[in-house]
Design a protein around this ligand. Structure first.
Ligand code: SF4
Length: 441
C-alpha cells in the first residue's frame, strides 16, 4: 500500500510592480504543478520565497525588511526578483538565506525549492487549471508579453537587472489569454516594460493561433486579443508612430479606449537627459489625432518632478503640456536616485523642498484636469465592471477608463445584488476629482 505523503508547504511574499506579480504567479503555478501547497503564514511553511523589488531605494528597503522578517519568523528563505540581481549585497545583510536568484529565473527558484524541500509525489496534484495560478481576483488578470527592455532611460536600472527585450511568441500569449478568458477572466491587462516595442527583438516572428499566422507585433496582439470579447487594457505603451494603428481598434470597441503611457516629463530638455523613448515634439499633435479618431480615449501616465537639472521653466512647460494634452489620470513621483543609474552622475540636483513644492503644483493641475474630465461623464450611461464591495458595503466597479489599483472607481447603487466580474450599464450621477457615483437603472 502506498502511504500518501504530506505535501510540503511554501510561504510566498510578493513585492513590487505588476511585472513582479506575474513572475510570482509563474513561480506559484510551477510550485502547485509539482504538488507543493501554500502556507498563508510563516509558521507552518517549510520554506519561504521572497520575490523582491530593487527599483528605488524605498522598494529596496521594503525588500530587505521582508527578507529579515521571513528569516526571523521562519529561517528558511529563498530570495528572488530584482534585488536578487545583487546577491553580494543580500549576503552581506543576511548570510543565512538559502539561495538568491534574479528576476525571471524561475528554474533556479524551483531548483532552490527542490533542494530545501523536495516535492511530495502525488499525481492528483499535477492536475492544474490550464490558466495557472493567479494572484489577482478571478475577473481580471495581467498578461505579460515580454521581459526586459531595449531602452536605456538614465534614471532606470531595469535593463541591467532584467536584460534586453525578450518577447514571448504571440501564439503563446494569445493561447494564455484564451485560457484565462475560458476560466472566467473578463479583463486582460497587457504588461511589459515597453509594450509598443513588442516583437522588435524577434523581428516580428510569426506564430500560429486559431489556425492562422500572427506576427509578434503590437498591432497583431491588439487584433488577436480583440477577438476574445473581453476588456483588453494596454499598459506601458510609448507614443511611437505605429501606436496610431491600434486607435481604430479602440474606436471599434475591440480593445479598451485606454492607453497607459509613462511620459515622465514633457520638457524636451528634461526628456533628453532622461533618454526617454518616443520623446517627440509631435506627441501633442498625435494625442489630438488619436482623440479625433477615438473621443472616448482615456490617457493615464506617470511623471517625475525634480529630475536633476529641471528648472522652473521646465515645470511650467510640463504643466501647460498637461493641460493641453488633457491627461485623464496621472501619478507623479519626486525624483529619487536609484543605485547604479546613470542619472546619479547628472548635475543640478533639485533640493527636496523644491521637489515637494513642484509635486504639489503638479498634483493640483492633475486634479483639476481629472475632475473636469470626470464631470463630463455625469449624466451618461457607461459600462462598468463590478469589482466587489468596499469596506462600507458599497458596490464598486470601474469604467473602461479605469485600471484596477491605479485609477478611480465607480460607486454603484443597484436594486439587485451585483457579482464581481459582471458588466452593467451605470448612469453616472456625480463625480469628484478621482471617482464616480451612479446607479443601475
Ligand atoms: S523604458 Fe526606460 S524606464 Fe522603462 S524599463 Fe525601459 S529603461 Fe526603464
Amino acid at each position: 500500500m502506498t502511504v500518501p505523503q504530506i505535501a510540503p508547504k511554501v510561504g510566498f511574499v510578493s513585492l513590487g510592480c505588476p511585472k513582479a506579480l506575474v513572475d510570482s504567479e509563474r513561480i506559484l503555478t510551477q510550485l502547485r504543478a509539482e504538488g507543493y501547497q501554500f502556507a498563508p503564514e510563516y509558521e507552518g511553511a517549510d520554506v519561504v520565497i521572497v520575490n523582491t523589488c530593487g527599483f528605488i531605494d524605498s522598494a529596496r528597503e521594503e525588500s530587505f525588511d521582508a527578507i529579515g522578517e521571513a528569516l526571523a519568523e521562519n529561517g528558511k528563505v529563498i530570495v528572488t526578483g530584482c534585488l536578487g540581481a545583487h546577491p553580494d549585497e543580500i549576503r552581506k545583510h543576511y548570510p543565512n538565506v538559502l539561495a538568491i536568484t534574479g528576476p525571471q529565473q524561475y528554474e533556479s527558484v524551483m531548483n532552490a525549492v527542490h533542494e530545501a524541500v523536495p516535492p511530495a509525489h502525488d499525481p492528483f496534484l499535477d492536475l492544474l487549471p490550464p490558466q495557472g495560478v493567479k494572484l489577482t481576483p478571478k475577473h481580471y488578470a495581467y498578461l505579460k508579453i515580454s521581459e526586459g527592455c531595449n531602452n536605456r532611460c538614465s534614471f532606470c536600472i531595469i535593463p541591467s537587472l532584467r536584460g534586453d527585450l525578450v518577447s514571448r511568441p504571440i501564439g503563446d500569449v494569445l493561447k494564455e489569454a484564451e485560457n484565462l478568458v475560458a476560466s472566467g477572466v473578463k479583463e486582460l491587462l497587457v504588461i511589459s516594460q515597453d509594450t509598443s516595442a513588442y516583437g522588435v527583438d524577434v523581428k516580428y516572428a510569426e506564430s500560429q493561433w486559431r489556425d492562422r499566422s500572427w506576427r509578434t507585433k503590437f498591432i497583431d496582439l491588439a487584433q488577436g486579443l480583440g477577438e476574445l470579447g473581453v476588456w483588453v487594457r494596454m499598459h506601458y505603451v510609448y507614443p511611437y508612430p505605429h501606436v496610431d494603428e491600434v486607435i481604430p481598434l479602440m474606436a471599434e470597441g475591440k480593445i479598451l479606449p485606454y492607453l497607459d503611457i509613462p511620459f515622465q516629463h514633457a520638457s524636451p530638455k528634461v526628456l533628453k537627459s532622461m533618454r526617454r523613448p518616443g520623446a517627440q515634439e509631435k506627441t501633442l499633435a498625435r494625442i489630438k489625432a488619436w482623440r479625433e479618431i477615438c473621443p472616448e480615449l482615456t490617457l493615464r501616465s506617470t511623471f517625475i518632478v525634480g529630475f536633476p537639472g529641471e528648472t522652473e521653466e521646465d515645470v511650467d512647460f510640463l504643466l501647460d503640456w498637461m493641460r493641453e494634452a488633457q491627461i485623464d489620470r496621472a501619478g507623479c513621483f519626486k525624483y529619487e536616485p536609484v543605485v547604479g543609474a546613470v542619472a546619479n552622475t547628472l548635475e543640478g540636483a533639485v533640493p527636496e523642498e523644491v521637489k515637494e513644492e513642484r509635486w504639489h503644483r503638479f498634483m493640483q493641475v492633475q486634479q483639476e484636469i481629472s475632475a473636469s474630465r470626470l464631470a463630463a461623464k455625469v449624466g451618461r450611461t457607461l459600462p462598468v465592471l463590478i469589482d466587489g464591495q468596499d469596506e462600507d458595503g458599497v458596490t464598486v466597479g470601474r469604467t473602461q477608463g479605469d485600471a484596477p489599483e491605479i485609477d478611480g472607481i465607480v460607486r454603484v447603487a443597484s436594486q439587485k445584488p451585483l457579482r464581481p466580474g459582471q458588466i452593467v450599464n451605470v448612469t453616472i450621477q456625480a463625480a469628484d476629482a478621482y471617482d464616480l457615483t451612479g446607479s443601475v437603472l
